[in-house]
Design a protein around this ligand. Sequence first.
Ligand code: GTP
Ligand code: MG
Length: 381
Amino acid sequence: MVGNGIGIANLPNQRHKLVAKNGAHFTLMVVGESGLGKSTWINTLFSTELSPPKNYRARYTKQMSRGTEVEIMKAELEERGFTLKLTIIETPGFGDYVDNRESWSPIVDFLDDQHENFMRQEQQPHRNEKVDMRVHACIYFITPNGHSLKPLDIETMKRLGTRVNLIPVIAKADTMTPQDIIAFKENVRKVIAAQGIKVYVPPVDADDEAAAEHSQVLMSAMPFSIIGSTEDVTTTDGRVVKGRQYRWGVAEVDNEDHCDFRKLRSLLLRVHMLDLVSTTEETHYEAYRQTQMETRKFGEAKVKKLDNPKFKEEEELLRKRFTEQVKLEEARFRQWEQHLIAERDRLNKDLENAHSAIRQLEAEVDALNSYQRSQGTVGRR
Ligand code: GTP
Ligand code: MG
């Protein structure tokens, strides 16, 4: 399969380490609700029909008893003699369930399983060519609703961010105005920061000013707005481009004024692929390995979910948040109770004052009556 100028021929420039004798190997995962344009984006990125139904080499579906599926496609892309072995993982069914856990847990399990498989192979005395499906980048598709992230997005992204290089994108950017995209991005960034979601940050090379600036530009565009299309369309000024035709004109995939598709492609395939591969090894795999080493005896099977410290951490966090909420409610109730007591005391005092005023008045009336009687004027006017 020959990609049409997709940029992978630039990969050897990223340093020789990545380039094994058989070419580079890259695993990409796409996650997001159904119909957000995941398959279209993959096909747009590699300028070829990779995603089902056409033209993929091998397809393997890991069907879970319920919940999200994990679908694996493999392809070899070649450009000017350079080969990229690509594994693409799609996750159909994500977001289709009432219980969010059914959406994210198969994905999280899949990521952990890949680390587990690799670790087991590393422990073998004969280190042959390893089967390695550790995910190097996970593109998370956000619905372009113009408001903010949904609870399912937050829950899922939190879990993904600690396991994989997470790259959030705003799907179907052509359905929003440029101003709305700016505001939406800002909203999403705020939620990401407030919720402590870990997203991939490109490395900043202090010795290379141009590269450092490029990284900054990429970072400031996050979450990347994207338009996907494999269709050739003609712009009003006569250019033929990949894009989506509207009555008002063309939304262009490759136009930086229309979306961040180019920036994201540059990050993934041109500039930071090596970093994505090495951080997967050094940060995410290492974190998994360490956790497992600390919590199980040698030779023991993978730690059960409930014993898994990561899982425990989440449970603990939930419990803490729940307790905090209960405390907060209790404090609010106490405050309200105090307010009621104070109000009751105030009313009692008012009542008491009123009684004593009445008593005072009655005494004065009595005094007046007895005075009038003594003067013989009662009842006479
Ligand atoms: P599932 O496989 O069902 O999860 O969907 P998906 O996320 O793979 O979406 P897919 O690529 O199949 O696209 C769904 C629909 O959205 C198709 O009609 C696409 O043409 C359309 N679409 C894809 N990308 C874009 C985009 O950037 N903008 C707009 N407006 N439509 C898009
Ligand atoms: Mg699809």
